[in-house]
Design a protein around this ligand. Structure first.
Ligand SMILES: [Zn+2]
Length: 139
């Protein structure tokens, strides 16, 4: 049986995937261009241009200056307003949450397998592993 010290150590080394956006509003705030242009707005960003209202064309930029002086083409999704329907943002947020849930489930399953495997090891084998974990150039 591995010690609680090991369990804590593994949790610290391989933390569970974090939920990135706690709420739909927090997710909306991650659309930086939209947030800068629409402070305290009740509107929702256009998901096609991330609320910017337009896009840069990779075929229409300077080879040296890049996108610095490149024109901003009007977004066809929002006609340049940068706003879009709430349901589109909701759908993307839902996909983000579902992806996180899958990652967390995978993490949990893998962690259980590792703990189960480590529980089969003898004390001196665990010590050997400790040396490896604490020093990547151990070998
Ligand atoms: Zn747009």
């Amino acid at each position: 049986m591995i010690s609680q010290e090991w369990v804590k150590f593994l949790k610290k080394q391989y933390p569970a995937p974090k939920k990135r956006f706690q709420s739909l509003e927090a997710y909306r705030d991650s659309f930086i261009y939209f947030r800068l242009k629409h402070k305290n707005s009740v509107e929702w960003p256009c998901i096609h241009c991330a609320g910017r209202g337009g896009y840069r064309d990779p075929n229409d930029c300077d080879p040296v200056e890049g996108y610095k002086l490149a024109p901003l083409y009007k977004c066809k999704g929002c006609k340049g307003t940068g706003s879009g329907p709430r349901k589109d943002v909701q759908k993307l947020h839902r996909e983000t949450i579902d992806k996180w849930k899958k990652e967390k489930e995978h993490w949990k399953e893998t962690r259980e397998k590792v703990l189960k495997a480590m529980n089969k090891l003898k004390a001196d084998d665990l010590e050997l592993l400790r040396g490896l974990f604490n020093n990547p150039t151990f070998l």
